[in-house]
Design a binder for this molecule. Structure first.
Ligand code: ZN
Ligand code: ZN
Length: 166
């Protein structure tokens, strides 16, 4: 399958998200190449965060020559563009839920936090400014400037909590 055939098999909302990402990159003078677009599609269509090697395996279905640097370079680009985030705790990547809303003032690398379910692995991105400001204030009190916080909160999602209670 070539890139276009793969894309035509994707659900419309996903294709729209890819087009929006394309436009966002173009506005910033960057180019979402077919490879980068394909890696982004793999990240976005997954229902859970994917590690680089899982992405590489999926990529190899259509690009047998793909190697780890291929994936890492594409992921670095997507991270840099604010289209995806890395979940450090899982060493895996997810699409940014705010990527389509940069006109609302979300710059690249906006403050975000992850809630991760310890039972099912569900990972939810939230953007709580209270948390971001608290981290900034705490860092400032210790003499640190321009902190970059990766806040990952492990807990139990609503469905798993309900399953336990029943
Ligand atoms: Zn985000
Ligand atoms: Zn859960």
């Amino acid at each position: 399958m070539d890139g276009q055939e793969i894309e035509s098999a994707l659900p419309a909302p996903l294709r729209q998200a890819l087009d929006a990402a394309d436009a966002r990159c173009a506005r910033g003078g960057a180019q979402l190449t077919p490879l980068r677009r394909q890696v982004l599609a793999l990240v976005l269509e997954a229902d859970h965060p994917l590690g680089a090697y899982a992405l590489l395996d999926k990529l190899k279905a259509s690009r047998p020559g793909a190697a780890p640097p291929t994936v890492y370079r594409a992921l670095d680009f997507l991270l840099d563009q604010g289209l995806i985030h890395k979940v450090e705790r899982l060493n895996a990547f997810v699409g940014c839920v705010a990527a389509g809303h940069d006109h609302h003032g979300h710059g690249h690398d906006h403050a975000h936090q992850f809630l991760i379910c310890r039972d099912c692995g569900l990972t939810v991105e939230i953007s709580d400014h209270g948390v971001a400001h608290a981290v900034e204030a705490a860092a400032a009190r210790a003499g640190f400037t321009a902190p970059r916080a990766t806040v990952e909160i492990e807990g139990r999602c609503a469905a798993c909590s309900a399953a336990r209670a029943s």
